[in-house]
Each structure stands twice: as structure tokens, then as C-alpha cells.
Design a protein around this ligand. Sequence first.
Ligand code: SF4
Length: 70
Amino acid sequence: MIRLRVNPIRCDGFGMCAELLPERLTLDDWGYPIVDGRPLSPELVALARRAVAACPTAALRLADEAEPHR
Ligand code: SF4
């Protein structure tokens, strides 16, 4: 199952990803992304790849994981 992950150390918090994938990413009060870690449908994987490619700090990635990290 493909899920979206964000590296909070790399993220600079400008929130571009949340504009590209609002189905899975929202922003907190400081503009940092809150990731919905549910598996992505094939349609959302395509959109998520676009958000990953647009992330200026390579903080966003797709992970093939059986269970979400807690
Ligand atoms: S696009 Fe990348 S750097 Fe910008 S908020 Fe999203 S994860 Fe962080």
C-alpha cells in the first residue's frame, strides 16, 4: 500500500504540497503539513507523485508500507 510521508526535519513549511494534494495534506497553524497516512488510491498516487516532485526540499515521499508509522 502506497502512503504519503513527510520528513519534518527537511520540510520548510511553505505548504505547496497541501495545495497540490488537499485530499491527504492539510496545514497546521504554522504552515507545516499534517499528513493523512491512509493508503492512496491509484488516482491519488498520481497526484501525490506530483506533490512529491514539487516539494522544494525533498521532504515529501511515497512509501510502500503495510502499516502506517505511529
Ligand atoms: S512542499 Fe515540501 S517543504 Fe513545502 S510544506 Fe510540503 S513537505 Fe514541506
